[in-house]
Design a protein around this ligand. Structure first.
Ligand SMILES: [Zn+2]
Length: 233
């Protein structure tokens, strides 16, 4: 009975999650998982992890002191990246999110050896949004990074208290006003003397990550680094 149930759920799973590449929508071949080999090799990689003052890092200059920032893929000019993001955000492809999180984790493994992150904190969604979507995609990406870096995830230290509306129609000042108090630190002790790797899906203006990081960086003993799956400019 147990086996039957397992097979049944496996069939249902296949029905709703066909073996389609999360980037190009092509059918996956034997041995391919979540992304086809062609996409895996040809995604628009930024290679920011190898660049000291990369655009992700520079975006936070003068705003919040960080140790290191990187984004794995370019978003704006790539349908492949846009498709991945759409799939993990709106089409319930949770395993794809963790899988690309692993790729991001592998790209920053070298940085972890330099910096030694103590915990990974995904940017939290407001509970209402999490309930609506069923999951926080940034948390799934963080899970992938966590496996590769062998660093634990911490989702109990900071929470989102403001359910911000979409930021796209707002200018820089309005975006910041809208988001600056959207997060609340709930466990100061958990981050004392720690190096935190803050994780989000897309880096756009940096306002959300800056707001979250500013609540975490309560003193000089706390170090923050940032990793996002994609960068959108
Ligand atoms: Zn593909």
């Amino acid at each position: 009975m147990k086996l039957l149930a397992k097979t049944y759920f496996s069939d249902i799973y296949e029905l709703f999650y066909p073996k389609i590449c999360g980037a190009c929508n092509g059918m996956l071949l034997k041995g391919e998982m979540h992304l086809c080999f062609t996409c895996l090799n040809n995604l628009p990689f930024t290679k920011f992890e190898n660049i000291k003052e990369n655009p992700a890092q520079k975006l936070f200059e003068g705003r919040i002191p960080i140790e290191f920032a990187t984004s794995y893929l370019y978003f704006s000019k790539s349908e492949l990246t846009q498709n991945i993001l759409h799939n993990i955000k709106y089409r319930y492809r949770k395993q794809l999110a963790t899988f690309v999180g692993q790729q991001l984790g592998a790209s920053i493994l070298q940085k972890h050896q330099e910096h030694q992150f103590d915990s990974i904190i995904p940017v939290p969604l407001h509970p209402k949004k999490t309930a609506l979507r069923g999951y926080n995609q940034s948390e799934l990406i963080a899970e992938g990074i966590s496996v590769v870096l062998n660093v634990p995830i911490n989702t109990k230290t900071i929470r989102r208290i403001k359910n911000t509306e979409t930021q796209t129609q707002k200018n820089k000042t309005e975006r910041w006003e809208n988001i600056k108090d959207a997060f609340e630190l709930i466990d100061e002790k958990a981050i004392y003397n720690k190096h935190i790797l803050l994780v989000d899906d897309v880096l756009t203006s940096g306002a959300t990550l800056e707001a979250c990081a500013s609540k975490l960086k309560i003193n000089d003993n706390i170090k923050i680094s940032i990793a996002t799956l994609a960068i959108a400019f």
